[in-house]
Design a protein around this ligand. Structure first.
Ligand code: GLN
Length: 486
């Protein structure tokens, strides 16, 4: 499928209708899903209705916005009114939200066409989308490999051209790591930039919704559409939202020289040599484009992983307490009293990883352990934030690989949670500090698998991140490569 801008031109010049474009996406979904499994629900009827509404506007000579008629995939942890929202969990198997999330409402208001709800790790807990209770999504570049996670369905759908752009959520890397594995662009915005109203909560102090696109421009357009203050989310920031796509330029040689810090701790041991080589080359390329490169040490980042895996499960254990068989979704039929109804529902409804996290989180928050675990983790979180603050005294943005490796084989890490958690090593610090981060393609390994480059910016630094990413992207042709399946 073409880019948002190209499709928009086609629609307003009446070269193609929104219905035709939507049908193209739906056909691809039908053709590829037996192999890819990126969608949990395909919303054919509603999508065609939304597309018809756009075509009616065109026929009436009305103006349409840039996203009108564009096929979009939505991660299935975003509530969509009247459309089942499962979080890839059995416990929400038949949950039909009575309300719409702010982001999906904004997209609908902009004329965007939702083609379906995408697969994820159950409740967004995981790094491979294998924790879905329903299906395992394949990586479009190699069907025997994972797409990353937890927003693996959203990343794979965009990479395979099943939709033009998609939404994911990122608590510890769940947009950036799958973007890296699937060779697309993914951004986690500043905490509070995008309303989380209607996002099923995982770890509330870390969760953010963000865009996937095949190009920086597509991702930028999508973020402009979903960002902005929302009185229904108490963590929502009251800031003006720029038109991110409007300020993209193909070079970095404007104004003050851009200073890029390379996080030294993210290189060396544990990093796949082919990933290291590609990222090093990308850094040289950025230098050629006019940036100054500085090695920067962030010594506390090595505590990021253990800190995150205390804070995230703790918050998750509180957030997931509401799934008790009374209010939502599944209720165990074979209980003889209230307590056994609770326990049976939860034991049947949650998968192994979710249970593991509920137990870890409950333990870490329990009386007597709170200070030793949760409080301690919050203190380390402050140290990590301070590392960023210190780094940003000398550089404008920080660069690292997005993930230590390229996409791994399905089943390779499912029996070893710790090796799965290691995937999040480089993405977690930005969540702990609430900072924006983008992942974009920067090459391929010898197996033909995409490699991702991560750039992390200051609070509300999205505009600058998009500019840097765009300048780099335009000087390469990584984003033009397509997986064979597409
Ligand atoms: N992989 C991380 C986890 O399992 C991050 C998940 C996310 O960002 N939602 O928690």
């Amino acid at each position: 499928m073409a880019s948002i801008r190209e499709l928009h031109e086609q629609i307003i010049s009446k070269e193609r209708s929104a219905v035709e474009i939507t049908q193209e996406a739906l056909n691809r979904i039908q053709e590829l899903e037996p192999k890819l499994h990126s969608f949990l629900t395909v919303t054919t009827e509603q999508a065609l209705k939304q597309a018809q509404a756009v075509d009616a506007k065109i026929a009436a000579g009305e103006e349409i916005g840039i996203l009108a008629g564009i096929p979009i995939g939505i991660k299935d942890n975003l509530c969509t009114k009247g459309i089942v929202t499962t979080c890839a969990s059995r416990i929400l198997e038949n949950f039909v939200p009575p309300y719409e999330s702010t982001v999906t409402q904004k997209l609908a208001d902009a004329g965007g066409v939702m083609v379906g709800k995408t697969n994820l790790d159950e409740f967004a807990m995981g790094s491979s989308t294998e924790n879905s209770a329903y299906q395992v999504t394949a990586n479009p570049w190699d069907l025997s490999r994972v797409p990353g996670g937890s927003s693996g369905g959203s990343a794979a759908a965009v990479a395979a051209d099943e939709c033009v752009v998609s939404l994911g959520s990122d608590t510890g890397g769940s947009i950036r790591q799958p973007a890296s594995f699937c060779g697309v662009v993914g951004m986690k915005p500043t905490y509070g930039l995008v309303s989380r109203y209607g996002l099923v909560a995982y770890a509330s102090s870390l969760d953010q919704i963000g865009p996937f696109g095949r190009s920086v421009e597509d991702a930028a357009i999508l973020l402009s559409a979903i960002a902005g203050y929302d009185p229904q989310d108490s963590t929502s920031l009251k800031v003006a939202i720029p038109n991110y796509a409007a300020s993209l330029k193909p070079d970095l040689k404007v104004g003050k020289k851009l200073r890029i810090g390379v996080i030294t701790e993210t290189f060396g041991e544990g990093l796949d040599p082919e990933v290291e080589a590609a990222v090093t080359k990308a850094i040289e390329q950025l230098q050629e484009l006019g940036a100054e490169i500085h090695p920067i040490s962030c010594p506390s980042f090595r505590y990021g992983l253990p800190t995150y895996y205390i804070i995230a499960p703790s918050e998750a254990s509180a957030n997931l307490a509401r799934y008790d068989g009374v209010k939502y979704g599944l209720r165990s039929p074979d209980a003889d009293n209230l307590l056994s109804m609770y326990t049976r529902t939860r034991s049947q409804g949650f998968g192994a990883e979710v249970k593991r996290r509920i137990m870890i989180g409950t333990y870490a928050l329990s009386a007597g352990y709170y200070d030793a675990y949760y409080l301690k983790a919050q203190k380390v979180r402050t140290l990590i934030k301070q590392d960023f603050e210190k780094a940003f005294e000398t550089v404008d943005v920080l660069i690292s690989p997005t993930a230590p490796t390229t996409a791994f084989q399905a089943g390779e890490k499912t029996t070893d949670p710790l090796s799965m958690y290691l995937n999040d090593l480089m993405t977690i610090p930005a969540n702990l500090a609430g900072l924006p981060g983008i992942s974009l393609p920067c090459g391929f390994d010898s197996k033909g698998l995409p490699i991702g480059l991560q750039i992390v910016g200051k609070v509300l630094g999205e505009e600058q991140l998009f500019q840097i990413a765009y300048a780099y992207e335009q000087s390469t042709n990584w984003h033009l490569q397509k997986p064979k399946i597409a």
